[in-house]
Design a binder for this molecule. Structure first.
Ligand SMILES: NC(=O)c1ccc[n+]([C@@H]2O[C@H](COP(=O)([O-])OP(=O)(O)OC[C@H]3O[C@@H](n4cnc5c(N)ncnc54)[C@H](OP(=O)(O)O)[C@@H]3O)[C@@H](O)[C@H]2O)c1
Length: 278
């Protein structure tokens, strides 16, 4: 039987993961499969307990299952334990294992798009305090960010983030955004604002210093209004597609035995699919 991997989510049809993994399977001439599994929350526990019997070797986890899947894993990586959420599952030694590759994906993407960005990182501003923002904050701390200012609509959520990561996190209300941007070496949008079908993200980038880098982890559209505004100001930018591609690679290696590469051809193929379906 060929190895089969899944992506579980609810909904999940919009996911680009199957296209990414099928492209790698083709490129590497590996006989394998990667399938969407639309899974309502009430079916998660049974699915996780039985997927191996159903012929799956593991898979990806997306909203809303990341936290519950973490809780179901007897073994997780230190990153997943810190984030209390998994996006990648596999079986090893008869046990379900979980990792969270969003943080590493974010860092790999930024390294690619803005080489050297981490060398001068004193202050970063992160918009959002959801699951993705948690991974971004963890990633920035792992690269030595001294101050991270989190700006989020719901205060309780940003407070939860600060209690998780401690003293280097400062909280700023959206009304004081200018103070968060002033002196920031890096701005990251980790909200869903600006994503197709969501309200726009409308912010004034004037307070950012001229050397600042602007990253947006939203990848539909590929060029968000935030990235376009940053480019107009002459700032370096990094979009969400790179994170999506890089977070996928470790799972592929677990399921299919070979570490795939994030190439320009893969990027172009997924970008074209995103453009076509808009
Ligand atoms: N590139 C990638 O590989 C990648 C990976 C993961 C996620 N993402 C993207 O990251 C984004 C966030 O994902 P997530 O998993 O963190 O989602 P989430 O846990 O639902 O968090 C959503 C965040 O957006 C904020 N938000 C939503 N609507 C808002 C509004 N109308 N006004 C102000 N703030 C609003 C939320 O603020 P409140 O706390 O106030 O609700 C929260 O901070 C999504 O666009 C997702 O596609 C990209």
């Amino acid at each position: 039987m060929i190895p089969r991997a899944f992506i579980i989510g609810w909904p999940v049809a919009q996911s680009r993961s199957p296209l990414i993994h099928r492209t790698w399977l083709d490129e590497l001439h590996i006989e394998g499969a990667y399938e969407h599994v639309a899974l309502p929350p009430r079916e998660l526990d049974v699915f996780l307990a039985t997927f191996a019997e159903r012929g799956f070797v593991g898979g990806n986890v997306t909203i809303p299952h990341k936290e519950k899947a973490f809780a179901a894993c007897p073994v997780t990586t230190p990153t997943a334990a810190r984030l209390q959420a998994v996006n990648t599952l596999w079986m090893e030694g008869g046990k379900l294992r979980g990792d969270n590759t969003d943080a590493a994906g974010f860092l790999a993407s930024l390294d690619e798009d803005a080489p050297g960005w981490g060398k001068t990182l004193e202050k970063a501003a992160v918009l959002g305090a959801g699951g993705a923002a948690r991974a971004v904050v963890y990633a920035l701390l792992s690269r030595g960010a001294r101050r991270i200012v989190v700006v989020n609509r719901t205060r309780a959520r940003s407070e939860e983030l600060r209690s998780r990561f401690g003293a280097s996190i400062e909280l700023v209300d959206p009304g004081d955004l200018a103070s968060a941007l002033a002196g920031s070496d890096l701005l990251v949008n980790a909200t869903s604002l600006g994503m197709a079908g969501q309200p726009p993200l409308e912010i004034d980038l004037t307070p950012l210093p001229d050397h600042a880098i602007v990253a947006d982890i939203v990848y539909v559209p590929l060029e968000t209004a935030l990235l376009a505004a940053a480019r107009r100001r002459g700032l370096r930018t990094s979009g969400g597609l790179g994170m999506l591609l890089h977070q996928a690679a470790p799972g592929f290696a677990h399921w299919f035995g070979e570490r795939p590469r994030v190439t320009a051809a893969l990027r172009a193929r997924i970008a074209a699919d995103i453009e076509d379906k808009r």
